[in-house]
Design a protein around this ligand. Structure first.
Ligand SMILES: Nc1ncnc2c1ncn2[C@@H]1O[C@H](COP(=O)(O)OP(=O)(O)OP(=O)(O)O)[C@@H](O)[C@H]1O
Length: 342
């Protein structure tokens, strides 16, 4: 029978480290052929989620499946390649030797030369691995991750510490691999990279998924447009009630209104005589990200929260504006956060 299970399926996954709830009830399905970016602040739970889905760690609760079976089975079958944050290639051997050595450990590997080509380091096969630049070494790690010809590749912050050129080259390599119909999951702090290179973005905050959709949908969900103007010493009363406005923020002397209907918002501001240095701009993914995530993410979790990871009525609950790809309805109405976004 043909296996049509999704590449990744996490069901109600929980993981705690002492008082810290690293993963607090994550449901995530990644279809075959999808490229998904996992975004979140430091400590949001991205690496823990990746470790759980690769079978490097066991969840305290919930289920993890890769291609319809346990992670260990998919890894043994060579269906999964990974590039984690702390891999250091063995020194002294050449790039081609190392890739061929790793490929030989897999049941159906890719020819080493093809892995090098895919990673954009075809010309560096004879170079010693300890003589590579940071960007070249990172692409070698990518070549090692794809050497087993995996169906799924998992990249934990693959472009951290790379310069702009090296990052571009890296993403070219990643897209080449994805274009073969493979599945990619990568974590990153670079919002633009997620927007440019992923079909779908999942934002994590305090161990939970707080948004899931395309970059466009996430921007839309937190208020499609930003309308800002100079407060000129005036207050913010009444702004939240203006047509289209979903959230109000004050930055310096300016009021920043998120609006789902910027025309109506601007007309109402004009009628109220509040159009001093008015600006209308589309929401950026960064704005969406900031409004969805919690700057207290590094704070230790409340140990009274219970091992099931569920808290009620606090800011760890699903945020406002959470969007879900494929119309699943797991996003919850936000409670107790700054300004509600509908
Ligand atoms: N082995 C561990 N022991 C104790 N706490 C841990 C361990 N691994 C992770 N944590 C904690 O779990 C939380 C989630 O960490 P995780 O590394 O998954 O976050 P992250 O989103 O990958 O962060 P970053 O972007 O900084 O890599 C953090 O509070 C972290 O300190």
């Amino acid at each position: 029978m043909v296996n049509t299970s999704p590449a990744v399926r996490l069901t109600a996954v929980h993981k705690r480290f002492g008082a810290v709830r690293a993963v607090a009830g994550v449901d995530l399905e990644i279809g075959r052929g999808e490229t998904l970016a996992l975004l979140g602040r430091n400590g949001a739970g991205k690496s823990t989620t990746i470790g759980l889905l690769l079978g490097l760690d066991q969840p305290d609760g919930g289920g993890v499946e890769l291609f319809g079976g346990p992670p260990a089975r998919a890894v043994r079958a060579g269906r999964v390649g990974a590039m984690l944050q702390d891999g250091h290639p063995i020194p002294r051997v050449t790039v081609a030797e190392l890739v061929a050595f790793v490929a030989a450990a897999y049941p159906c590997p890719m020819p080493a030369a093809e892995a090098l080509e895919l990673a954009g380091i075809g010309a560096l096969g004879g170079r010693r691995v300890d003589r590579l630049s940071g960007g070249q070494a990172q692409r070698l790690r990518f070549a090692l991750a794809v050497a087993g010809n995996p169906w799924l590749i998992v990249l934990d912050e693959p472009t951290a510490a790379l310069d702009v050129e090296a990052r571009r080259a890296f993403w070219r390599a990643m897209r080449g691999y994805a274009a073969r119909g493979n599945t990619v999951l990568f974590s990153t702090h670079y919002l633009e990279e997620a927007d440019e290179n992923a079909d779908r973005i999942v934002v994590m905050d305090r161990g939970r998924i707080v948004a899931d959709g395309s970059g466009e949908r996430i921007k839309q969900a937190v208020g499609g447009t930003l309308v800002s103007f100079d407060l000129a010493g005036g207050g913010t009363e009444g702004l939240r009630a203006l047509p289209g406005v979903t959230a109000v923020e004050v930055r310096g002397d300016r009021a920043l209104l998120r609006s789902g209907d910027s025309d109506a918002t601007v007309l109402a501001l004009a009628a109220a005589g509040r159009v001093r240095r008015l600006e209308v701009a589309p929401a950026r993914l960064e704005d969406a990200f900031l409004s969805l995530t919690d700057p207290m993410a590094d704070a230790p979790d409340d140990p009274a929260g219970g091992p099931d990871g569920e808290r009620t009525g606090d800011r760890a609950a699903g945020p406002p504006g959470a969007v879900r790809a494929k119309g699943t309805a797991r996003g919850r109405a936000g409670r107790g956060r700054k300004e509600p976004v509908r």
